[in-house]
Design a protein around this ligand. Structure first.
Ligand code: HOZ
Length: 429
């Protein structure tokens, strides 16, 4: 007898490409049937068959406070009765902008959009408009959403599905995308020298989350900052994953390095479709209607999205201990996984910062896309299914960070570590 998830997946494939509205959800690389979710509360997801899972995806990042967090749900319900969209300015948008500016360093002006993709796409256009240059540098395995210029050597779903070049992205567009390995400062120096005065921007996930979690080596981001300063290049931090997750001021605060432009998504919307890009006044002033770099959106600053985001950010700002709690929980999980992985004898590397963590089955340090890709990812796929069977919902790909949420308890973490011990025993080495 097929499970309800299996029945729904069969039905979904008749009307939705691949049965999903975003490729990373399809379980294509790990195999099997995606679990169809019915509801979630706190740290738990419940599927259509009534199974409960401890959630380490957090909707790919946004649900830092846990699912259906009471104050967020209540704020959305109260707001919705006043209509769900106006397409005109509201006071709430000012509150949101002021709150973001009070939390995020180096953000003088902020423009709201509806996704991380839109944020990155708009920030790149702005950097090009501001500098009058076309080329930009991105890093192999980083993912900045699915706008055309970024779909070169991208992480996340493209790495998972092994899509190297994307039909539909013209050579004219991708020729302006220059790529380097993450953590390879020398390669960036060389590329910048080869393309003197042609590079508008360097965009980076300051802590990468789209090839698993990968940390910048000491001096790497500082080195990029120095190159940008010297060469008049706009330094863009893609903080779609790290923004409001690593700290109230995101990776800029955690690493102590200033960006010229910053993009946000995920946590900023508290589970609603929200993105934003912001930064230095002299750059942001080039955006229409102040300047002529055009960018717009019917649902930008949508009241329901804003109230969900505002309520989430305000709670994070007012309770900074949430960040220490989350980091402690993640360290606890890390220690437990270390224990059971060491006992299993399976080679592994765990990368972690704040509430981002991931496991690669590799005996080498994982510092860039090549080292992430050369791990035993077939073993990861089996680990994923063994964990899922035991009620632990991990990202269905080694090329994604795990995200912890504040609703997780120590007993959830212990259950996860025990499930990992059993799973490793099941899958062997
Ligand atoms: N950007 C997220 C993955 N790294 C998830 C969004 C998606 O592609 O569905």
């Amino acid at each position: 007898m097929n499970s309800i998830s299996q029945q729904l997946f069969t039905r979904a494939q008749q009307s939705i490409p691949g049965g999903v509205n975003s490729p990373v959800r399809a379980f294509k690389s790990v195999g099997g049937t995606p679990v169809f979710i019915k509801k979630a509360k706190g740290a738990y997801l419940y599927d259509a068959d009534g199974n409960r899972y401890i959630d380490y995806i957090a909707s790919w990042g946004p649900m830092i406070l846990g699912h259906a967090h009471e104050p967020v749900v209540q704020a959305i319900c109260e707001k919705a009765v006043d209509s769900t969209s106006f397409g005109a300015p509201t006071e709430l948008e000012i509150d949101m902008a002021e709150l973001i500016i009070s939390m995020a360093p180096n953000v003088d002006l902020i423009r709201m959009v509806s996704s991380g993709t839109e944020a990155c796409m708009s920030a790149l256009r702005l950097a090009r408009g501001y500098t009058g240059r076309n080329k930009f540098i991105k890093f192999e395995g980083c993912y900045h959403g699915h706008a055309d210029p970024f779909l070169v050597k991208a992480g996340s779903g493209l790495a998972t599905l092994q899509i190297q070049t994307v039909p539909g992205v013209s050579a004219g567009v991708s020729n302006d995308t220059l790529t380097c390995a993450y953590n390879d400062l020398e390669a960036v120096q060389q590329l910048v020298a080869e393309h003197k005065d042609q590079i508008a921007a360097i965009i980076i996930e300051p802590v990468a989350g789209n090839m698993g979690c990968i940390l910048p080596k000491a001096g790497f981001i500082e080195g990029l900052r120095a190159i940008c300063d010297r060469e008049g290049i706009v330094f863009i931090f893609d903080e779609v994953m790290t923004g409001f997750r690593l700290a109230p001021g995101g990776a800029q605060q955690t690493l102590g390095i200033a960006a010229d432009l910053v993009t946000y998504g995920k946590v900023i919307g508290g589970g609603m479709p929200v993105g934003a890009f912001g930064g230095k006044k002299q750059i942001m002033e080039r955006i229409a209607p102040l300047g002529n770099v055009y960018q717009a959106g019917t649902l930008s600053g949508n009241p329901i999205a804003m109230i969900a985001g505002y309520t989430t950010l305000k709670e994070l700002k007012d309770n900074p201990s949430i960040y220490t709690d989350l980091a402690e929980k993640t360290a606890y999980l890390h220690e437990g996984l270390d224990r059971v992985l060491t006992t299993s004898g399976i080679p592994y590397t765990i990368n972690r910062l704040g509430s981002m963590i991931s496991v690669h089955f590799s005996d080498q340090p994982v510092t860039d896309f090549a080292s992430a890709a050369s791990a035993n990812n077939a073993l990861f796929n089996r680990f994923f299914h063994a964990m899922l069977k035991r009620g632990i919902y991990l990202p269905p790909s080694p090329f994604e960070s795990w995200f912890l949420n504040q609703a997780l308890t120590l007993s959830d973490l212990d259950a996860t570590i025990e499930a990992a011990r059993e799973s490793l025993g099941e899958i062997g080495g």
